[in-house]
Design a protein around this ligand. Sequence first.
Ligand SMILES: NC(=O)c1ccc[n+]([C@@H]2O[C@H](COP(=O)([O-])OP(=O)(O)OC[C@H]3O[C@@H](n4cnc5c(N)ncnc54)[C@H](O)[C@@H]3O)[C@@H](O)[C@H]2O)c1
Length: 258
Amino acid sequence: MSIAGRVALVTGAGQGIGRGIAERLAKDGATVAIADLNAETATEAASGIVAAGGNALSVVMDVSKESSVNEAVGKIIAEVGTVSILVNNAGIFRDTPALEVSLDEWNFNLAVMLTGPLLCARATAPGMIEQRWGRIINMASLMSFVAYGRDVGYCTTKTGLLGLTRSLAADLAKHNVLANAICPGNIMTSMLEETGRLVELRDGMEPGQFMRDRINDIPQGRLGKPEDIAKMASFLCSEDADYITGQSLHVNGGLYNT
Ligand SMILES: NC(=O)c1ccc[n+]([C@@H]2O[C@H](COP(=O)([O-])OP(=O)(O)OC[C@H]3O[C@@H](n4cnc5c(N)ncnc54)[C@H](O)[C@@H]3O)[C@@H](O)[C@H]2O)c1
């Protein structure tokens, strides 16, 4: 495996898509740093990987705060060495109607979803450059391309993340550091379940209707699983992807195509 022995940092990896990616990269042979705001889920995810025979450690990190990012990355480097793979996965989904969202809420969305990935890239890229090998994966979304309403915080930051990806790719290609974005469709995680509950309450829908509608919209007839996204992350970290950078890759069961 090409990433055996490399260190991968996955943010928001205590649960959901991030956890799926961390488990897959550990199976591929990487030592995985599980970084999350939630210390409990981060520890649990790392223990699960170690119990399955992989190498992992957990760190508490708030991606929106520069001091927290730098401190956590410093700890990872001290414990397991230079970070070669960064997966900027941590994210939030909150009700943000464009004309009503408070500036505090708007700035919070920017800080977690856009500034966070930049801070993590800045903290880890120097080591990748020194090693002349690095992979940065940014978790964008179908909603980098489509808005459904009351989602200006999410759509704006996920679209901005595509720009950040291209910019990092352009700056870092000469150092053999590649940056790409994955754009998941509807993936079954707590985030999607919570979004479903929010929309059903708001629009007076029956419980379960949100998920049924999502499944009906997907040509492949099922919601995605974290493993579906992890397969793409694994590919992007492999040598088979060594001429791919600055791209946005859709993984959505045919729900949307450009
Ligand atoms: N689930 C989907 O359908 C879907 C679709 C497209 C994109 N995405 C994106 O995939 C990523 C993962 O989503 P998920 O569905 O697994 O969500 P999730 O809510 O299950 O997990 C998100 C994780 O991020 C962590 N987190 C939140 N804020 C953080 C912060 N400031 N610092 C560090 N960690 C923080 C949470 O503690 C949690 O462990 C997100 O960026 C999300 O926007 C999800």
